[in-house]
Write a protein that binds this ligand. Sequence first.
Ligand code: SF4
Length: 421
Amino acid sequence: MPENSLASLTQLTNADGANQEKNRQKSIREVFHNLKRGRAVELTPSRQFGIYLHIPFCFHKCHYCDFYSIVDTKDRQRVFAERLEQEIGAAREWFAQPVRSIFVGGGTPTLLAADLWRNLLKTLADSLPLAPDLEFTAEANPETVTAELAGVLAAGGVNRVSIGAQSFDPAHLKTLERQHEPANVARSMDRFRHAGIHDLNLDLIFGVPGQSLEAWRDDLESALALKPTHLSCYGLTYEPNTALTRRMTMGRVTPIDDSVEADMYEHTIARLGEAGYEHYEISAWARPGRRCRHNLLYWKNDDWWPFGPSASGHLNGLRWKNVPRLTEYLDHGPLPRVQEVEYVDPAARSGEALMMGLRLREGIPGDRLERILTEAPNVASSRRAAIDRLIERGSLEWRDGSLRLSDRGLLIADSVLVELI
Ligand code: SF4
């Protein structure tokens, strides 16, 4: 599909609010109805293209979690996996650009049975134009990783795994209502390495109620001892409508002091730097050459196609989200119904590019910053003024020709970035 066809597609979805409303219960095929069937989406050649698959099952709901997941261990796994394969087969006609990254998230992807994973991986390999140097990540919960599953993932092309460790302290795991034992993290890493997957990320959470700076230091040391290639360290957030937030509202848990959380973050930056990890995004650290290509695609506002319930996608300014209800997802195919179809207008798009680009420690090169600002001329002068103000306050800085968050700005990144929208 030529670029101008994509533009007309996006105009179609942005025609007016009523049109967006109408799109709520359509399939993405219907949203694309002005395109001839069988023509592949041609993306701007310089853009990167990936896919995201959402596996919605968990065997327990963690108390801080606001991802779409349902507690349903076995009953609907097979029918779901078959439906997902059907969706992949139906979407292939839109893919012309090689897929450079796949990310399977959830939910708990490693809860899916090994034979279902085997079929899914074969369908992906048979159906989609995968780049020869594909980065293929699966999320894993430590308690669900068997040697058999690790072998199936490695044989099917998965070459990176992101493990939800969160903490190595049983008391903090309990506060978060995580179900694994700390020792499961090392065991799952051993199983992946034995199967041939060596690119391993650990997710960690700091700022857990009751956690001291000392306890967080210990967590970080436990993680470093396992020699992951990548670490993602997030401050705990109290999302609306989660059990943890309800417990906080009822006074059953007390958030830790902001200054302690800031100390934890500063310690993380210093310690991981000393250990040889590159801090390349607010919450992400990698060994040289091990940055997560798929997450970079989000931060650089590139393109990705979503599979599975509640998965969101983005194609050249067009965003959509598959229905976040498993039953509805199972009942309507081959492409799922979508909601929240939206064409991001140039002003919003350049605001997003600013916010996401500044999450990266390398920041935004000066020439790219100019392009981003001129994309939205009506708000360019107010954004320039906001940038000047933030530089004056010491939250942003110029370094090596790029605008980036200063060390001080990093500590209050959310409030800095929001001023640039
Ligand atoms: S395992 Fe992950 S997706 Fe499932 S409930 Fe816990 S945090 Fe949420």
